[in-house]
Design a protein around this ligand. Structure first.
Ligand SMILES: Cc1cc2nc3c(=O)[nH]c(=O)nc-3n(C[C@H](O)[C@H](O)[C@H](O)COP(=O)(O)OP(=O)(O)OC[C@H]3O[C@@H](n4cnc5c(N)ncnc54)[C@H](O)[C@@H]3O)c2cc1C
Length: 489
């Protein structure tokens, strides 16, 4: 039995906690906030319930596997419901495309856009291959030893996931209609990146949404984190909420103990950092003791951030699907402004999640909608930090009004969560949602690995490390770390 400290109760930390405790280790989790789940968080605004963080859930099997591997039936903890016709895409010319994981329905929609089924089938075959290569060779690797980097299978897999083709180019090779390309290009934002710079590898998200499906958890997606917390406690994990770790003490290539903000110190055999690698690791370990974390890490480009409005309305609005996207006129210019100019786009694409469509318990007191409205935001710079939140919010409402979604006349209450709030609350790297962007091949394929080279007993799990940012990948990072520790006798 090992004693293990996990710093952070985000999804990566929770998954690792469950699996390490199930293997018989003594696990303690330290968390700054008062709740489990980190960015997967509940809000109550104007009498309605909201999910912050993951609104679109894919790959439910990854979350379920944490319960299964711990010897429990996942269905006793959390039930995933598939949303078949999942996302209504609304273009500036007024046309709409309802994306679905039902092939027949997709073909019907594509026919309205004069797209032949053979183009869709070619696209699905290609994204299925991207997914299969990535999941077989990348997701479950921890990249913790040189052997893992130099495997022939990895090299072959790398060559087959189109690392040097850009996502937008890839999508344009299947579809000529720019609206469809724009709809697919949005998948780059799932990793906080631009489709004009991101490798086509991440087009595999299309496979997840069109083949595996999009899911929601009744009672709100944060039920997933709460369920992992419950399972961890059943297995004896001790949680210390409202407790920030301020320092890791080290000696002879090992982390020896952690020190909390109240100066309480405790020793462990192993340590896992689930807080943002890019910002929390350098805070916890003195510079001379972490040679692998050099200054050049800090000049890497951050992912995009998000400007979020949580709006509770007294009536149902025109945002009548679980997920809907109001696209901008020029996607290319929007991403140029976001990443090259680091400005809020003049004409932003607006995403709205209205989970009350499938879960009226979220609005049982109001009878209206619970609108999670998200606009992609640039990572923080000195200039854009001064954003006037109220002005930006009114701009978003005005654009939505022009597109037929009236919110202000029915508004009970709203709340804005800005990039500065995300940075402050989650120590997010320049407010970015997932650490470093995936724009260069190096940044996309050489994310911080699950184990540091600096110490024999320090591991990383979370969205800013390997394998990546979306919530299933974050859970996979926790599984990978648990495997590493459990397999290292
Ligand atoms: C607006 C938004 C929308 C998103 N949408 C989606 C989506 O639709 N689908 C999807 O799959 N994903 C989405 N994500 C991403 C997803 O929420 C995250 O990738 C995932 O929840 C991150 O989990 P994590 O384990 O990396 O850690 P986090 O959630 O960042 O949690 C880390 C925890 O560590 C704690 N911590 C840090 N330092 C310390 C310390 N020193 N001491 C103690 N505790 C510490 C923090 O308080 C925090 O609770 C979204 C994220 C955001 C912000």
């Amino acid at each position: 039995m090992k004693t293990i400290a996990i710093i952070g109760a985000g999804l990566g930390g929770l998954a690792a906690a469950v699996l390490l405790a199930a293997a018989g280790n003594k696990v303690d989790v330290y968390e700054t906030h008062s709740y489990p789940g980190g960015k997967m968080k509940r809000y109550h605004v104007g009498g309605a319930r909201f999910d912050f963080g993951p609104n679109t859930i894919t790959m439910p099997q990854v979350f379920q596997s944490v319960f299964e591997r711990s010897g429990a039936d996942p269905n006793d903890y959390v039930q995933f419901e598939q949303i078949v016709d999942h996302t209504n895409n609304i273009f500036p010319d007024g046309s709409q495309f309802l994306a679905s994981s039902n092939r027949a329905k997709m073909l019907q929609e594509l026919e309205r856009f004069n797209i032949h089924s053979s183009d869709y089938d070619r696209y699905i075959t290609a994204v299925t291959q991207l997914y299969n290569h990535s999941s077989n060779q990348f997701f479950t690797r921890s990249f913790s030893s040189l052997k893992e980097y130099t495997s022939l299978r990895l090299a072959l897999a790398f060559a087959s996931v189109k690392p040097f083709t850009k996502m937008s180019q890839f999508h344009s090779s299947f579809f000529k209609d720019e609206r469809i390309v724009q709809m697919l290009n949005r998948y780059a934002t799932y990793i906080g990146s631009s489709p004009y710079k991101t490798p086509a590898t991440f087009s595999m998200i299309g496979y997840l949404e069109f083949v595996q499906g999009v899911y929601y958890v009744k009672g709100g997606n944060p039920t997933i984190a709460e369920a992992m917390h419950r399972r961890a406690k059943e297995l004896g994990v001790q949680f210390y909420f409202n407790k920030t770790v301020k320092k890791l003490k080290t000696a002879n290539n090992e982390v020896t103990s952690l020190v909390c903000a109240n100066n309480q110190e405790k020793s462990y055999d192993q340590f896992i950092l689930n807080g943002d690698y890019t910002t929390v690791y350098p805070k916890l370990v003195e510079k001379q003791n972490r040679p692998s974390f050099t200054l050049d890490q800090l000049v890497k480009e951050p992912t995009s951030s998000a400007f979020v409005i949580l709006a509770a309305t007294s009536q149902k609005t025109a945002a009548s699907f679980h997920h809907q996207v109001y696209f901008s006129q020029s996607y290319e210019y929007e991403f140029y402004q976001l990443f090259d100019e680091k400005k809020y786009p003049e004409d932003p694409t607006i995403y709205i999640c209205n989970s009350s469509v499938n879960d009226d318990s979220a609005v049982s007191h109001t009878g209206g909608d619970n609108l999670f409205i998200l606009v992609n935001a640039p990572s923080l710079t000195n200039e854009n930090r001064t954003l006037d939140k109220e002005q930006m919010k009114e701009k978003v409402y005005s654009i939505l009004e022009q597109r037929g979604v009236l919110i202000r006349p029915y508004l009970i209450e709203d709340k804005v969560v800005s990039p500065k709030d995300i940075e402050a609350e989650f120590q997010a790297y320049f407010g970015g949602l997932y650490g470093f962007s995936s724009h260069t091949t190096m940044q996309a394929f050489n994310r911080p690995s699950s184990k540091t080279k600096d110490f024999q007993n320090l591991y990383f799990a979370g969205g800013s490390t390997h394998p990546g940012g979306g919530s299933p990948m974050v859970v996979q990072s926790g599984i990978n770390v648990a495997n590493l520790i459990n397999n290292h006798k």
